[in-house]
Every structure is written in structure tokens, then in C-alpha cells.
Ligand binder design. Structure first.
Ligand SMILES: O=C(O)C(=O)C[C@]1(C(=O)O)C=C[C@@H](O)C=C1
Length: 125
């Protein structure tokens, strides 16, 4: 496989190549938005994993399995609909769902293996 190429886009590059200065300025403004979104996503993921860890504790205590496939089917269909409405590639919505639910189930299992103790997790507040 060919090695990925990388271009450093910054003020130094803009000063060296005035013909790309306008593109550099616009990319830098967009990067601020991208950074704000990434920060918000991390905050949202922290809250999601705190909620699913609490579900993991309840499931372990009640003797439920980590997975609930009926709930997952509902989530798949719901996120596909939302992605279409939002103009997001539905594959991205499914990759996101698969990632968070898989991680959540791994954590449910760790909690159950620890007898319902959420202290085994790195994320729980
Ligand atoms: O809702 C649950 O039962 C959960 O355990 C949470 C969650 C999720 O991460 O959304 C995780 C595993 C289940 O298979 C379904 C959903």
C-alpha cells in the first residue's frame, strides 16, 4: 500500500506561497469549527459512556446479558432515519453505532465479571 501523503497547512506555508494564502485562511477558520465539534463530541461520548456504565451495573445486578439485540435493532433503524434527514452518509451513522455499542457491551461484561463493580472501568463518574 502506498504511504499516505501529508501537507502542513499553516501561517508559515501561507507566507511562503501567497497564491494559497486565501485557501489557508479558509481552512484555518473551518478548523476552528472542526475543533469545537470534536470537543463537543468527546463531551457527549463521556456522558454516553457514563450512562451505559450505569446500565451495565443495573444489568449485572439483575442478571441480564450485556447485549439486547431488540434494542440494537431499534437503534440501527432510528439512526439510519436520522442520518438520512441530517444529510449524513448512513454508513457513518452505522460505524458510529457499531463502535459505541460494541464498547458499551465490552464494559458491561467487565462490570459483570467484577460482580457489578463499575470501579473496574476507566470511565465512570
Ligand atoms: O440499552 C441497553 O440495554 C444497553 O446496554 C446500552 C446499549 C448502548 O450502548 O446503547 C448497549 C448494549 C445493548 O445491546 C444495547 C444498547
Amino acid at each position: 500500500m502506498e504511504a499516505e501523503k501529508s501537507s502542513t497547512i499553516d501561517a508559515e506555508e501561507a507566507a511562503k506561497h501567497p497564491e494559497v494564502a486565501e485557501a489557508v485562511k479558509r481552512i484555518e477558520a473551518l478548523r476552528q469549527t472542526i475543533d469545537n465539534i470534536d470537543g463537543a463530541v468527546i463531551h457527549l461520548l463521556a456522558e454516553r459512556f457514563k450512562a451505559t456504565a450505569a446500565v451495565g451495573v443495573l444489568k449485572a445486578g439483575a442478571g441480564f446479558a450485556p447485549a439486547d439485540y431488540k434494542r440494537e435493532d431499534y437503534q440501527i433503524a432510528r439512526l439510519q432515519r436520522i442520518a438520512i434527514d441530517a444529510g449524513l452518509d448512513t454508513n457513518i451513522a452505522e460505524m458510529y453505532r457499531e463502535f459505541v455499542v460494541t464498547e458499551s457491551k465490552k464494559r458491561h461484561k467487565r462490570i459483570a465479571d467484577a460482580g457489578g463493580d463499575p470501579g473496574v472501568l476507566d470511565v465512570f463518574a
